[in-house]
Each structure stands twice: as structure tokens, then as C-alpha cells.
Design a protein around this ligand. Structure first.
Ligand SMILES: C[S@@+](CC[C@H](N)C(=O)[O-])C[C@H]1O[C@@H](n2cnc3c(N)ncnc32)[C@H](O)[C@@H]1O
Length: 137
């Protein structure tokens, strides 16, 4: 990767470390209900991808941010590996994993899209929300 791209990525990282746009306060029951309903509408009605298809699937979420979406995938029955280069977001994702007692279903780590090792793993579903626009390569 060129220095120009490294500089761009550093700026993106610093911006997301100041404010993570993915954080939704699903710790509050009402917020969680609304969030799950919005995702259900997105998947079922708009993407025509029934949430039941997540059941027992192995999912990779790259650029998982603060992990709220992965909490919902886990509630829909998936086992999710999520990674993000923002350690602050990954800390929150791990907090949500503990809060919702999803330690068997969620695995979050710090990683960069350009270097995250995927070669030796198989996934049923690979997803990413709002990330590619921020990745220069
Ligand atoms: C708009 S947020 C979306 C977060 C999450 N996917 C969601 O929908 O809630 C974009 C995310 O991409 C991550 N990101 C950007 N470039 C990345 C890279 N090169 N490697 C890993 N994560 C990256 C940011 O840290 C941020 O969490």
C-alpha cells in the first residue's frame, strides 16, 4: 500500500476514533427493539434476504464498528466474527457481547481490511456495512 493510502487510512481511523457513527444504544430496550425492527425491514423487505437465513451460519463482518449489527445477527442464530481497525469501537463491541451474553456467538478483534487473514477460514456469509467507501484500495 502506498504512503498516500496509509495517510488516508490514518485520517479515517482518527476520525472514527473521535466519533463512531455506528454506535446505537441498544442497551436500552426501546432502542434495541427499534434497531432490530429496522434491520428486519432492511433484510426481509428491501434485500429479500430472510433473517432466518442467518440461523447456524458462520458470518464475517468486516469493519464491524461497535458491533450492534452483529448482536442482531447472533440473535438470529449466526456465529459472527467481526473486525475493525478502530480499537475503541472493538472495545464497545466486546462490551455488548458480554452484556448480551453472546460470548459463544460473537468474536470481535482489531484488524485492517487490507491485511486481515481470511485464507484459512470458510464463511457462509460475508458482510460489511458502510465500510468500503472508507477503504482506498
Ligand atoms: C460507517 S462505520 C460502519 C460500522 C459498522 N459496519 C456499522 O454498520 O455499524 C465504518 C467503519 O469502517 C471501519 N473501517 C474503515 N476503514 C477500515 C479498514 N481499513 N479496516 C478495518 N475497518 C475499517 C471504521 O473504523 C468504521 O467502524
Amino acid at each position: 500500500m502506498s504512503n498516500k493510502n496509509d495517510g488516508f487510512k490514518q485520517e479515517v481511523l482518527e476520525a472514527f476514533q473521535k466519533v463512531s457513527p455506528s454506535a446505537v444504544y441498544i442497551e436500552k430496550e426501546e432502542e434495541l427493539k427499534k434497531y432490530v425492527q429496522n434491520l428486519y425491514t432492511l433484510f426481509f423487505h428491501h434485500l429479500k434476504f430472510p433473517p432466518s437465513l442467518f440461523r447456524d451460519k458462520k458470518v464475517l463482518d468486516f469493519g464491524c464498528g461497535t458491533g450492534e449489527v452483529d448482536v442482531v445477527y447472533a440473535k438470529w442464530g449466526a456465529k459472527v466474527k467481526g473486525f475493525d481497525f478502530n480499537n475503541i469501537s472493538v472495545d464497545r463491541a466486546n462490551g455488548l457481547k458480554d452484556l448480551f451474553q453472546l460470548t459463544d456467538s460473537l468474536d470481535f478483534s482489531v484488524g485492517d481490511v487490507d491485511t486481515f487473514p481470511v485464507e484459512n477460514e470458510n464463511y457462509d456469509i460475508v458482510c460489511s456495512h458502510g465500510v468500503i467507501a472508507h477503504v482506498p484500495n
